[in-house]
Design a protein around this ligand. Structure first.
Ligand SMILES: C[S@@+](CC[C@H](N)C(=O)[O-])C[C@H]1O[C@@H](n2cnc3c(N)ncnc32)[C@H](O)[C@@H]1O
Length: 260
């Protein structure tokens, strides 16, 4: 019975996440949803900046803290391990929904593309970013990332699968295609307002902090496999890294050579 409740909870959290990500596309790209990033009542700019920063910080803090191993160890004393990931997904979705609801528009224009073909190309590029995000989650393990695999395994009384290091397709070119997808989706817009710029800049900065924390955990989890991968494949932009032995990189972090 408890396992069935866990499954229903996991599926409900996944459904809320799915609605949230669809809303996020409409919110950022100004499509379909009732309130997008430039909609709503205008308030004094200082109030708008403070409220928007607080909303983004709430998401960032929740998202970073709940993803750490030490937090999970403490938290699973109170929450069954099988629903830990679903709870994380649920809290992240709720903090994003709060952001969409309470976001204060800042409509001053930073850039605007008036050429219809070019404007459409920018929106297309943003949608390509979302496709990159979505498809990359399947390359890693979509249902494990969003907690569904854990509640299904728990229902069938099987052991949770150990994390597997994967580098398929996009992961051969960049280490963080999901984050690259978000950056493209947030910056490629035909109408960049001050509010949208604040959103794109803060989330991009947060992504780089997230990468730092995530890679620390990945090195701990996968050891030399991840270190070698990091030496070989670039972080976010798909250009080839010059291959150098890892020892030389550590010994000589500024790339200064004593050789003449
Ligand atoms: C939201 S995903 C982001 C993945 C990656 N940073 C990206 O941008 O595509 C975060 C989860 O992916 C896992 N992860 C990241 N890279 C991975 C890889 N190459 N293989 C397996 N899991 C990975 C992390 O351990 C973390 O649980």
């Amino acid at each position: 019975m408890t396992r069935l409740i866990a499954l229903i909870y996991g599926l409900a959290s996944y459904a809320i996440f799915f609605i949230t990500i669809l809303y996020a596309i409409g919110f950022v790209d100004g499509m379909i949803v009732p309130k997008d990033i430039n909609a709503g009542t205008e308030v004094p700019w200082l109030e708008a900046v403070l409220v928007n920063l607080a909303l983004m910080s709430l998401f960032a803090i929740q998202h970073s803290i709940m993803a750490r191993k030490s937090f999970k160890q403490w938290w699973t004393q109170y929450v069954p391990a099988s629903v830990e990931r679903s709870t994380y997904v649920l809290f992240a979705s709720l903090s994003l929904l709060l952001l969409f609801w309470q976001w204060r528009p800042m409509p001053a224009i930073v850039w605007q593309i008036n050429n219809p073909q070019l404007a459409m190309a920018m929106t297309g590029l943003s949608l390509f970013g979302w496709v990159l995000v979505f498809t990359s989650t399947f390359l890693i393990n979509h249902f494990e990332l969003f907690g569904v695999q854990q509640v299904v395994q728990n229902l069938s009384n099987s052991e949770p699968s150990a994390p597997v290091f994967r580098t398929p397709l996009y992961y051969k070119f960049v280490r963080h295609p999901i984050y690259l997808g978000f950056i493209i989706a947030f910056w490629a817009t035909p109408l960049m307002t001050v509010g949208h710029l604040l959103f794109a800049a803060v989330t991009t900065a947060y992504i780089f902090v997230g990468i730092f924390l995530e890679e620390r955990d990945l090195v701990e989890l996968f050891g030399d496999d991840y270190r070698r991968y990091r030496n070989r494949v670039s972080m976010i932009l798909p250009w080839r890294k010059s291959e150098r032995p890892p020892t030389q990189r550590h010994a000589n972090p500024f790339g200064l050579s004593g050789e003449r």
